[in-house]
Design a protein around this ligand. Structure first.
Ligand code: CA
Length: 227
């Protein structure tokens, strides 16, 4: 049974979450403060954490940073904050995904299942050397991309972006993280670079670049590779 730690200070929401989690065969424990969350995350090692960012005693982002020092447990953020900046902070601190309040219980549970599946997936050390989709293959060791019999030529920047995305399948990678890793700290605000290079990658890889199937934009947030 998947054990979920629910970190939320709104008792009504906690009750609704617990009822729905139990109905879907999740086991749920609750923490109403950041301090309780950190204590229970360590003592009970849950399989996933649902985390409200607005807690009475500390910033939820600091909870994420503390947990990430020692654990890779999937963290799904429940955010009442609508600015994408807040969500990006949470993702950069190590959250796996987020839902914005008010959210549908079905969507939340689907994202929770996806996050726990990813955790069970192979880690970086034993990641596959070749990522295969119906339309192209990415050979991570040889640094080569093929579409059918054809080799796709990528610039070093295009390759770097693609490599980060395909090694995090199904995972939202924030704009900031991509800019930091590919261009460096001086360029962390230059989201127009990302738009240009993602458009180039789509022209080279997507069957219909205007309606991406593999390289998905999360507006204002980042990008996701859907295998
Ligand atoms: Ca709250």
């Amino acid at each position: 049974m998947t054990r979920v730690l629910v970190v939320e200070d709104d008792p009504q929401l906690v009750r609704a979450l617990k009822i729905n989690l139990h109905a879907r065969k999740f086991e749920a424990e609750e923490a109403g403060t950041g301090a309780d969350a950190l204590r229970l995350a360590a003592a009970r090692t849950p399989d996933a954490i649902l985390l409200d960012l607005g807690l009475p005693d500390m910033d939820g982002v600091d909870v994420i940073k503390s947990v990430r020092r020692w654990s890779k447990v999937p963290i799904l953020v429940l955010s009442a904050r609508h600015t994408s900046e807040e969500k990006v902070r949470a993702l950069d601190a190590g959250a796996d995904d987020y839902v914005t309040k008010p959210f549908s219980m079905d969507e939340l549970l689907a994202r929770l299942r996806a996050a726990t599946r990813r955790e069970a997936a192979p880690t970086r050390a034993d990641r596959p050397a070749v990522v295969t989709t119906e339309d192209f293959t990415v050979d991570l060791a040889a640094k080569k991309v093929r579409r059918g019999e054809r080799t796709v030529r990528l610039t070093p920047t295009e390759w770097h972006l693609l490599e980060i995305l395909v090694t995090h399948p199904g995972h939202l990678v924030s704009q900031r993280r991509l800019l930091l890793e590919v261009w460096g700290p001086t360029y962390s605000e230059n989201t127009n670079y990302l738009r240009v290079y993602m458009a180039q990658l789509r022209r080279k890889l997507e069957p219909d670049p205007s309606r991406p199937r593999y390289l998905i934009t999360e507006p204002g947030m980042g990008y996701r590779f859907e295998p």
